[in-house]
Write a protein that binds this ligand. Sequence first.
Ligand code: ATP
Ligand code: MG
Ligand code: MG
Ligand code: MG
Length: 477
Amino acid sequence: MKTAEIAQRYLDYFEKNGHTIVPSASLVTDDPALLFTVAGMVPFIPYLSGDVPAPYPRAADNQKCIRLNDIEEVGKTPRHGTFFQMLGNWSFGDYFKEGAIRYAWDLLTASEAEGGLGFDPKDLWVTVYEEDDEAHDLWLELTDLPAERIQRLGKDTNYWSTGLPGPAGPCSEIFFDRGPAYGVDGGPATDDDRYVEIWNLVFMQYEITNVRSKYDFDIVGELPNKNIDTGMGLERIAFIKQGVDNMYETDQVRPVLDRAVALSGRTYGANHDDDVRFRVVADHVRSSLMLMTDGVTPSNDGRGYILRRLMRRAIRSMRQLGVEGPTFAELFAASRDAMKDVYPEVETDYARISQYALAEEETFLRTLAAGSSILEDSVAQTKRDGGTALTGAEAFLLHDTYGFPIDLTLEIAEEAGLTVDRAAFDTLMQEQRARAKADARSRKRQLADTSVYRDFRAKGETVFTGYTDLETESRVL
Ligand code: ATP
Ligand code: MG
Ligand code: MG
Ligand code: MG
């Protein structure tokens, strides 16, 4: 079953059950504090919070998402993409737990011939919040799940709140069992490699106050209008239905992976580290393509910086796979072709997108060529001397003379088993900034017209901390 067909089945099912189908919102949010759409709920926040009356009692959608806080998982787990699509069904004060559980179970287990997804109930497990007896009993009553396959878990996995006063409530999650070849028996509470989370049902039930932390607050009472918010990972369903090992091998991603393999001349499946790199390339190229389609362009801060980092990571991974020259022309075209049926704009807008991608690649390859051998020499020298860290001066020279970003120096040093004297690097950066400022001031005194010296103003080092996820409020990328 192709990824697009799974999405269509989902939307058809909920439309048939009275839901209004809503198109995906952009990956770029209106809220400057929240950089990207990280979950299906983001565009519905005004309705869920009660600030704006929902224009429909029920809705369903297939929302494009970006989650940077999963970047370290990409390629290592089978299930984390930086870009992915979250299918969702929504009830705004309409049906509640019983409806959400019935619909989810019915769609998952109805046969393919009936329009369902054809899961064998024996492969499914669910979790509920440990105090949510109501959800527990509904699963028992409404489905053929035996009690052993309904596990109770704590707030850290099975409770939703924004960390602010307002709506909150327990969740119930559905998992697919990949079988004993993938890990130990015992359900999702014991192993998240074997049991893949496929669908999260959030029951927005309470109003909370006195929020001391995300999971520590007082409940004011039941909400007058209880809402349902669900999220099903399209790529996760796709990899299970397509009988492949992970989401990077599904029809919308695999063609990019194959292209990377062909360009490298290596084999996929022969070496674990290489396999992770191939998957990172496939994931990051697709995420970059989708971000640029939604209007993000590479830059040194904010959203553009995240895009830049994704592209640079893909380029670095290709180099680690033994390819020194440019690859983006082929990789982005492969991703475009895999995505264009569902997102025609990746094709109609491709000339613009590929210009950005190719320019970014050219610049970064030049930077890498200039800095890499210097860095390798420093690494080798440090090791010969029995040291464990590169000096701040070495990192600063790379930054200052070769435009080599500090995060890249850190990454390459780490791969070589070394650290970097970050404090010394930061001091040198500060000194440089102070020098630039003093310089600008003295020039200003000398000249009446200072406008041409605006560029002398010290440029701040870009370390971005922002909202990349609703759960982990902020992180440094
Ligand atoms: P996990 O525990 O596997 O990281 P999650 O609990 O963070 O998932 P939710 O926030 O509950 O995920 O999101 C709802 C659904 O979206 C998940 O059940 C999953 O199917 C899907 N999903 C979440 N993160 C990703 C991702 N990085 N890539 C692909 N699908 C994802
Ligand atoms: Mg997660
Ligand atoms: Mg989870
Ligand atoms: Mg979850």
